[in-house]
Design a protein around this ligand. Structure first.
Ligand code: SAM
Length: 294
């Protein structure tokens, strides 16, 4: 494929924005990347090939999209802002392998649209510079969409990236780390300074790379219940597991006996804090609570 001039240089971005009289909408998390090297690094981290089916959220004026398109894989981009559709028709015209859909990603049936758009079979890879006001909902929407996602290479505010990739025993570790790491292996790839964007956001950003686990990290009997137990253990971070569990499930004798039996059965000290438990321990605990019934 012919290499076209990068969209994301500061001067070309400025030119495109001017040509279309585009004004940024803060409410849509519109911070565009204007550093071609960073975009190249994101695409390289995603490790794309022509066999891939690539899903992007929020293409903006196509800064990252063109780097995805250059892999020769099939690209499907969801953009909520109608004003950007005509810009993308223009900037993406050299790339027939890109399809832009004007939809809110959170309302879109991503699985069905992917089946309609992607002609060829192939691994599904999500790559995006996410709108920061809805980072977590988007991640959860995609993880629970029923799509068989092979990997996700996504940019977000650094603080959220730290929480997603956190390990037990750290301040950043919580129910979000577990919700994501239950499905995927999570690694922080690299940090991006605020100066790489126009307009500049208030915080630094980070790219994380998530890859599908070949084996589930833990076999849970009931996923909803597993997530309920996990969330309840972090309700008040400074409290012990016992305090959080009894606050959530009840303090009556029957409930306490049920909780005590399971904690003992799986060898977890009730005086520990939720943040010290691994995903496996949460899995064992929720399975035991499920089997022992109240
Ligand atoms: N990919 C571009 C870049 O890297 O320069 C733009 C990234 S910008 C951080 C986020 C983009 O997501 C914007 O284009 C914004 O309009 C779009 N967006 C915001 N909310 C969205 C939603 N709910 N569904 C789809 N796109 C959304």
């Amino acid at each position: 494929m012919t290499e076209y001039k990068d969209i994301a240089t500061p001067s070309r971005t400025k030119e495109i924005l001017k040509q279309y009289g585009f004004s940024f909408k803060k409410s849509l998390g519109q911070n565009f990347l204007t550093e071609p090297n960073i975009l190249r690094n994101i695409a390289a981290t995603a490790n794309l090939s022509e066999e891939d089916r690539i899903i992007e959220i929020g293409p903006g004026i196509g800064a990252l999209t063109e780097h995805l398109a250059r892999s020769n894989g099939q690209v499907l981009s969801f953009e909520i802002d109608q004003r950007l559709i005509e810009v993308l028709e223009d900037t993406m015209s050299p790339y027939p392998n890109v399809t832009v859909v004007n939809e809110d990603i959170l309302k879109a049936d991503v699985k069905q649209i992917s089946e309609e758009v992607f002609k060829e079979e192939g691994p599904i890879k999500v790559v995006a510079n996410l709108p920061y006001y809805i980072t977590t909902p988007i991640m959860m929407h995609l993880l629970m969409s029923g799509l068989d996602v092979e990997s996700m290479t996504v940019m977000m505010q650094k603080e959220v990236a730290d929480r997603i990739t956190a390990v037990p025993g750290t301040k950043a570790y919580g129910s979000l780390s577990i919700a994501v790491q239950y499905y995927m292996e999570a690694k922080l790839a690299f940090i991006v300074p605020k100066t790489a964007f126009v307009p500049q956001p208030n915080v630094d950003s980070a790219i994380i790379h998530l890859s599908k686990r070949s084996e589930p990290v833990v076999n849970v009997i009931d996923e909803d219940f597993f997530f309920t137990v996990t969330k309840s253990a972090f309700t008040q971070r400074r409290k012990t597991l016992w305090n959080n569990l009894t606050s959530h499930f009840g303090k009556d004798e029957k409930t306490k006996a049920w909780l005590e039996t399971s904690l003992e059965e799986v060898g977890i000290d009730p005086k520990r804090r939720g943040e010290t438990l691994s995903i496996q321990e949460f899995g064992k605990l929720s399975n035991s609570l499920m089997t022992n019934k109240k």
